[in-house]
Design a protein around this ligand. Structure first.
Ligand code: AMP
Ligand code: MG
Length: 340
């Protein structure tokens, strides 16, 4: 099962290639791969290639995983979830991330909701034999989902509903990718690819040229990427229903992006949403948000935010982009008029 999962994750990772001319052997890129954050992480340095720097990136991930994981006992999130509604003092970084997350909860009117914890606990996609939770269990868990019960005051977090549970799984990888960028910059690296299980940051350029980031067909049906974008110094984050899913005995497909209103996987025509942004934390929050909101509302949300672009892929392998990434990349533009 483990090997199968690794293979699936590796082949679903975004394909990232540089389109610059071949670089001299002395500056061969240097990579490190690890199984962290419940996924495969790979960091590749295209300049400042030092093993020590690469090892340091995994230390950064570990540090933040120990702070933000809901399952690691003693993490900030674990402490908040086990405080019985009492105020909990957390690291500045945790407070900052919860603040950003709450902004997206409000912006999406709860389509993105970090108090999804009790519901996401019911959906165990890591089990050898995943089971569909009972309707009663989902109905009870969904009652605890309401981000307005998270009170953030400086470094203090209080769950006004002690039964609620925070899960930062939809935003933490993006935040951590941004922290790796900070770390690499501090080490003098200016050209790198950070890939945290589909959360990609294409840092700087590849020898002065754009990176080409290909978006694979979510289920591997198409031989070549469904879409590709050329960019420099951007985050490219995809939320897709193929990342974590199972097919139950009844033949139904269940995936990990959940509707905070019902507690069941969101059911719409999308297979993935990719967000291109300067900061990966925004891309991570918005890709999950747009998946939950669906094509029309998701597009409306993105069009209202400066400097953010999106690519939606539907279950017929159609890719649609917002105006900043379509066109020259061969992906049709999508406008709200198209949808009306
Ligand atoms: P992502 O892969 O970034 O789209 O995040 C999916 C993960 O975020 C899931 O595995 C859950 O842990 C959590 N999650 C699922 N649905 C939601 C939602 N509607 N709002 C916030 N987090 C969610
Ligand atoms: Mg996300």
């Amino acid at each position: 099962m483990y090997k199968k999962l690794l293979a699936v994750l590796l082949c679903l990772c975004l394909a990232v290639t540089g389109c610059a001319a071949a670089i001299p052997e002395t500056s061969e890129p240097l990579s490190i791969t690890g199984l962290m954050l419940d996924t495969v992480v790979t960091i590749t340095l295209y300049d400042g290639q030092r093993q020590q720097t690469l090892n340091g990136t995994l230390d950064v991930i570990e540090e933040y995983e120990n702070m933000l994981s809901k399952t690691i006992e003693g993490s900030d999130v674990w402490n908040i979830n086990h405080a019985d509604g009492q105020p909990v003092t957390v690291n500045n970084r945790t407070a900052e991330l919860i603040g950003i997350a709450l902004k997206y909860c409000a912006m999406t009117d709860g389509a993105f909701d970090i108090t999804i914890g009790h519901v996401s606990n019911l959906w165990d996609f890591k089990s050898e034999r995943p089971a569909v939770p009972s309707e009663e269990a989902i109905a009870a868990a969904v009652k605890t989902v309401d981000y307005t019960c998270v009170q953030l005051n400086g470094n203090t977090v209080t769950l006004l509903n002690p039964d609620a549970e925070i899960d930062l799984g939809a935003i933490a990888k993006g935040y951590i990718a941004d922290r790796i960028v900070d770390y690499l910059q501090s080490q003098g690296v200016s050209s790198a690819i950070i890939n945290l299980g589909g959360n990609v940051v294409a840092m700087g350029s590849k020898g002065g040229s754009d990176w080409t980031v290909g978006l694979q067909d979510p289920f591997g049906r198409a031989q070549s990427p469904v879409a590709a974008v050329q960019l420099q110094n951007k985050s490219v984050v995809t939320s897709g229903i193929y990342e974590r899913y199972f097919i139950a005995e009844d033949g139904m497909f269940y995936h990990h992006i959940l509707d905070p209103q019902t507690g069941w996987p969101v059911n719409n025509e999308l297979t993935s949403v990719t967000i291109i942004s300067d900061h990966s934390v925004d891309g991570d929050a918005l890709s999950t948000s747009c998946y939950v909101l669906g094509l029309e509302k998701g597009l409306e949300l993105i069009q209202g935010i400066d400097g953010i672009e999106a690519i939606f892929i539907d279950d017929e392998e159609n890719a649609y982009a917002t105006s900043g990434v379509g066109g020259e990349n061969g992906i049709p533009y999508l406008t709200l008029e198209d949808l009306s």
